[in-house]
Design a protein around this ligand. Structure first.
Ligand SMILES: Nc1ncnc2c1ncn2[C@@H]1O[C@H](COP(=O)(O)OP(=O)(O)OP(=O)(O)O)[C@@H](O)[C@H]1O
Ligand SMILES: O=C(O)[C@H](O)COP(=O)(O)O
Length: 403
């Protein structure tokens, strides 16, 4: 994989360099609640600008449906990138249209522009190679060189991640180089006990990783939205909690295999439930109830791990030598459901283990809840991406940078 430093040594002055970043940051309206992913790519952008490149930064944000949607505009992220760089950052109000073409054409050497959300275009995420390729052609017309630095999206076979680098000279940015360097260590010899904590909401994306973790980890703790598919697989009622019904047979098989292999699987013993999802805007008190994990009422939803589980998980992390954590333990964005995530973060801060926290929301949770990033071994910008990397899967966005 060519590095950005090799590229810079060849000279980029006057060249239009396309940086595929992951600026998929959490937003409250147009306010960025955690800018970690923007700060993570800023050194790459700064380096290119200092070297006289005309930098075109592109990213997705959220999951819009292939058409413009103001709720998913990258305008706030572009403004924040400008603040971090200490310079004006131009913003194109479309991705490959008139605005993008004129904004990019107007860039002087050393200037930076952000183009609008890649996913406003159906070609970005299309499963059809020709449709993705046609969109990649339009993106390629905006640049001379491609830098892949959106680590959080390298597991997606999307036009800007996979098809575009095939059309331009390409290299890996600094963030991808750092992320891969750290995660590689977890695929090699890990110090044991190796404990993995899984939670979050993208359950269907992430359950599959357990198949691989059963070969690697000594102990697996399950929380967040993921827990309810496990509780259901054990025959418990989970009310209206997040549930991946079609994965129940697979989950049953994981539990059986874990027992046979001596991998310790730890599930919540109690949870916080409420009849409805909390209001994340007003943060109005949610009045949750603590119930045993096998006694979730049929009309209520599990939204955080309970107090006994917090203690249990802290004890299961205390003797770890290596920890990988992906996915919050509850809906941490609401104060009534933040304690589970806080307890896991606190346990990692107190533990001497080498800890890697992976995921846009998990990393944001750690910072929003007031923990010092330096207390963790590594905070990865990729959730699904880091899990798939650990699984040993070929990641489209890394494979595309390889030749
Ligand atoms: N019990 C639950 N029910 C519903 N949502 C939950 C629950 N527990 C956690 N969540 C939500 O999970 C979300 C984070 O999940 P996600 O899988 O996206 O995490 P991540 O891996 O850190 O991020 P990414 O994969 O996007 O990088 C949070 O917004 C949180 O509110
Ligand atoms: O948040 C993430 O994990 C990345 O930005 C990828 O987003 P996606 O899951 O919507 O593809």
């Amino acid at each position: 994989m060519k590095t950005i430093d090799q590229l810079l040594a060849e000279g980029v002055t006057g060249q239009r360099v396309f940086v595929r970043a992951d600026l998929n940051v959490p937003l409250d309206g147009t306010t960025i609640t955690d800018d970690g992913r923007i700060r993570a790519v800023q050194p790459t952008v700064a380096k290119l600008a200092e070297a006289g490149a005309r930098v075109v930064v592109a990213s997705h944000l959220g999951r819009p449906k292939g058409a413009p949607d103001p709720a998913f505009s990258l305008a706030p992220a572009a403004a924040r990138l400008g603040e971090l760089l200490g310079t004006d950052v131009a913003f194109a109000t479309d991705t490959v249209g008139e605005s993008a073409r004129s904004v990019v054409a107007a860039l002087a050497d050393g200037q930076v522009a952000v183009i609008e959300n890649l996913r406003f275009n159906p070609g970005e995420t299309s499963k059809d190679d020709a449709e993705r390729g046609a969109f990649a052609d339009e993106l390629a017309a905006l640049a001379d060189v491609y830098i892949g630095d959106g680590f959080g999206a390298v597991h997606r076979k999307h036009a800007s991640v996979y098809d575009l680098p095939a059309r331009l000279p390409h290299a890996a940015g600094q963030l991808i180089a750092t992320e891969v360097g750290v995660l590689k260590k977890l695929t090699q010899d890990v110090a044991r006990p190796y404990v993995v904590v899984l939670g979050g909401a993208k359950v269907s994306d992430k359950l599959g990783v357990i198949d691989h973790l059963l070969e690697k980890a000594d102990r697996i703790l399950i929380g967040g939205g993921m827990a309810y598919t496990f509780l259901k697989a054990q025959g418990h009622e989970v009310g209206i909690s997040l549930l991946q019904e079609d994965q129940i047979p697979a989950v049953k098989e994981y539990l059986t295999r874990a027992e046979a292999k001596g991998v310790e699987f730890v599930l919540p013993v109690d949870v916080l439930v409420a009849p409805e999802f909390p209001d994340l805007k007003t943060k109005a008190p949610a009045h949750p109830t603590v119930v045993a994990a096998d006694a979730i009422p049929a009309d209520e939803e599990g939204l955080d791990i309970g107090p006994e589980t917090r203690k249990l998980y802290a004890s299961k992390l205390a003797d770890a030598a290596t920890v990988f954590w992906n996915g919050p333990m509850g809906v941490f964005e609401h104060p009534d459901y933040a304690e589970g995530t806080k307890a896991v973060a606190q346990a990692l801060v107190e533990s001497p283990a080498f800890s890697v926290v992976g995921g846009g929301d998990s990393a944001a949770a750690v910072r929003i809840l007031g923990f010092d990033e330096k207390a963790f071994g590594h905070i990865s910008t990729g959730g699904g991406a880091s899990l798939e990397y650990l699984e040993g899967k070929t990641l489209p966005g890394l494979a595309a940078l390889e030749d």
